[in-house]
Design a binder for this molecule. Structure first.
Ligand code: CP
Length: 306
């Protein structure tokens, strides 16, 4: 059975194939007839053990565009609340003849664990602070639309690197495509291991923005922090909030990205989020085509239920 557990397991060729397939699907979903029959007879369960807006709706739409049958599960309204385990929950769902599982889970490695115990294709829609592979793919795809080949391009990821699954998946994906990656933020939000990945570290926002072609801005993940937070949100905004004032001082135009959800006025000002430099909504648009590509390519490798 084939899975997408993380970017770690993909080659550059795999990523290029996903992009090529997504480019074709992007053409399809811009046509008046947006649906193709590619996943007819495939049943997909969307299992969300953690909140989501973009990823959940984007996968659901991608599956519908491919004509798959889908069922949606949200842990908040499920029997998980009565003590059912992850494996029992998923095996019960699979016994209804489900072929693929799209899952978001708060525990890093939950997808890998599940892949050892179940007989269905698994796509990681985010596992705690670990990986969010389809976000990284849609981010790199969006950058490539703007900049062409990413070889030698410079990307800075600004913000809460410590608690971000988007950061790790982006770093791995961008490096596989030949880009240079820097992270920028306070020392308290940058993990010590990051330099061992070949990533540059910069604590001064302006220096980081002068260096880069693209700034991917992350929110502070307060929900994942169980210690007294430093710096405070107010201090963070003063030191790392991306504003028009700082962008205008760069004397060059960089591309602004954010995976969402945005905290306007904290890590990014409203003016920047809505500026012509921002491709935040193009990222969301591309998310559907990228997820169609991932579903299509994985479904091609699984045996269909008749
Ligand atoms: N980018 C992202 O994963 O957003 P959601 O949490 O809304 O899915």
């Amino acid at each position: 059975v084939n899975h997408l557990l993380g970017i770690k397991n993909l080659t550059r060729e795999d990523i290029e194939l996903i992009f090529e397939t997504a480019t074709n699907f992007k053409e399809v979903i811009n046509r008046p007839m947006k649906k193709v029959p590619s996943l007819r007879d495939i049943t997909i369960a969307n299992l969300f053990f953690e909140n989501s807006t973009r990823t959940k709706l984007s996968f659901e739409l991608a599956e519908k565009r491919l004509s798959a049958d889908i069922i949606n599960f949200s842990s908040a309204s499920s029997s998980v609340k009565k003590g059912e385990t992850l494996i029992d929950t998923v095996n019960n769902i699979l016994s209804m003849k489900v072929d693929m599982v799209v899952m978001r889970h708060p525990n890093p490695g939950a997808h890998y664990f599940l892949s050892q115990h179940i007989d269905a294709s698994i796509i990681n829609a985010g596992d705690g602070t670990h990986e969010h592979p389809t976000q990284a793919l849609l981010d790199a795809f969006s950058m490539r639309e703007k900049l062409g080949d990413l070889q030698g391009k410079k990307v800075v990821i600004v913000g809460d690197i410590m608690h971000s699954r988007v950061a790790l998946s982006n770093i791995l994906c961008l490096q596989k495509l030949g880009a240079e990656v820097m992270v920028c933020g306070p020392t308290t939000l940058i993990p010590k291991y990051i330099e061992s990945l070949g990533v540059k570290v910069e604590h001064n926002l302006k220096k980081a923005l002068i260096w880069c072609d693209v700034a991917n801005i992350l929110r502070i993940q307060l929900e994942r922090q169980d210690i007294a937070y430093f710096p405070s949100l107010r201090e963070y905004t003063m030191m790392y909030g991306v504003t028009m004032e700082i962008l205008n001082s760069l004397k060059k135009e960089i591309i602004i990205m954010h995976p969402g959800p945005i905290n306007r006025g904290v890590e990014i000002s409203s003016e920047v989020a809505d500026s012509k430099q921002s491709i935040i909504l193009q990222q969301v648009e591309n998310g559907v085509a990228i997820r169609m590509a991932v579903l299509y390519l994985l479904a091609g490798k699984i045996e269909r239920n008749s």
